[in-house]
Design a protein around this ligand. Structure first.
Ligand code: ATP
Length: 365
């Protein structure tokens, strides 16, 4: 088990900055997910933690010990890649046991460890089968088995489910999380898929252009995004933004927008007249004829238990998630109620949230 501490980590590739002064701590036993679009620096960060890439500056500490300049094999870290190079001529047992054989462990001990791990992954019935005939999910489990059999201090995983089809992926997301709950090994997991991040992580870092935009629990990231980028990247459909101009004072807890006075979490600084955005998640909008915020229904996407309704308002397009049985007609004028406790307020110029991050039930790490 291990704590991973990253201090001011930076990586430049011939003048291009791939990772800019990242700092975060992954607590012992935590499942930590780095999420962001392609090219934002996730893999580079992971490779530096693994010792496969040297940082331009900054430090990496493993259990308080500076390992920045140590080679990969001196770090006791298991790296699980997207494309697993299983040994096709070996059976499942030999594939899983290979790292122990390479360490020179006696045969009986290898056998015992491999069987333990195979049971944990529920592939013990496949131990004597060749890997070449296995289905994608089982191959993935063999690769995981090979990583966990060494009992490393921590796991680094780079889009390990990237090549699986959706059905297997959902299953493996669940299995990986369950496996983590059982072995509690510190894990750093990289993905571009926000749903994967939300459903697996204890803590998430949302990355953008080499910068960590926000670090926190899935709930903090989703409920209290600190930037418009995070609000937009996390959530499907993403957070809506209603544009308005206003000056606000520290401590204000209402904003005037589209003829309505809306309760918001307290504003945390004085803001001179500025272009602002009120952020609201689709599930926090209701159709309410009494509301002064009005718009025209452009269309509805039926999803079974809910529907996503697009409404054009003078402040911009809003997507509302409402019950599937609520009747709406394209072209209809509707009123929209926004639920106060869940709203965010952003400065459009900086893209930063200007309301307080504190909210009921929040745990800040
Ligand atoms: P992806 O999911 O596509 O791998 P990522 O978020 O993991 O994206 P990185 O692979 O870390 O992103 O790459 C970050 C940036 O650094 C990219 O613009 C990439 O082109 C650049 N980069 C990565 N490795 C190198 C390298 N060895 N030489 C030059 N540029 C590199």
């Amino acid at each position: 088990m291990a704590e991973i501490r990253i201090e001011q980590l930076r990586k430049e590739f011939s003048g291009f900055t791939a990772v800019q002064n990242s700092s975060f701590t992954v607590q012992d036993g935590e499942f930590f997910v780095m999420v962001g679009p392609s090219g934002c620096g996730k893999t580079t960060t992971l490779r530096m933690i693994a010792g496969l890439e040297l940082p331009t500056s900054g430090r990496i500490l493993l259990d308080g010990e500076d390992v920045t300049m140590r080679r990969a094999r001196e770090r006791d870290i298991a790296f699980v890649f997207q494309l697993f190079a299983l040994y096709p001529h070996m059976n499942v047992r030999k594939n899983i046991g290979f790292p122990l054989l390479a360490q020179g462990m006696p045969g009986a001990e290898i056998r015992q460890r491999v069987e333990e791990v195979a049971k944990l992954l529920r592939i013990d019935h496949l131990l004597d089968r060749p890997v070449s005939g296995l289905a994608g999910g089982d191959r993935q489990r063999v690769a995981l088995g090979r990583a966990i059999v060494r009992r490393p201090k921590c796991f680094l995983m780079d889009e390990p489910l990237g090549t699986l089809d959706t059905e297997f992926r959902d299953l493996m997301v669940h299995e990986l999380r369950e496996l983590h709950n059982r072995i509690r090994a510190t894990t750093v997991y990289v993905t571009h898929d926000q749903m994967e991040a939300m459903s697996m992580a204890d803590k998430i870092a949302v990355m953008n252009h080499g910068v960590i935009e926000q670090f926190g629990t899935p709930r903090e990231i989703y409920d209290r995004p600190r930037t418009m980028y995070v609000a937009d990247f996390m959530g499907s459909p993403p957070m809506n933004f209603l544009s308005f101009s206003s000056g606000l004072a520290k401590g204000d807890s209402t904003v005037a927008i589209l003829g309505a006075k809306i309760a918001v979490p307290q504003i945390r600084e004085d803001v001179p007249l500025a272009e602002l955005a009120l952020g609201v998640r689709p599930e926090h909008i209701r159709l309410d004829d009494a509301s002064p915020i009005r718009g025209e229904i452009l269309g509805a996407e039926y999803l079974g238990t809910t529907q996503i309704v697009s409404v054009e308002t003078p402040g911009g397009l809003l997507k509302a998630r409402i019950p599937a049985d609520e009747h709406v007609t394209t072209g209809e004028q509707v009123g929209l109620a926004l639920s106060g406790g869940h709203l965010s307020v952003f400065d459009r110029t900086s893209g930063r949230a200007i309301e307080t991050a504190l909210f009921e039930g929040a745990a800040h790490g």
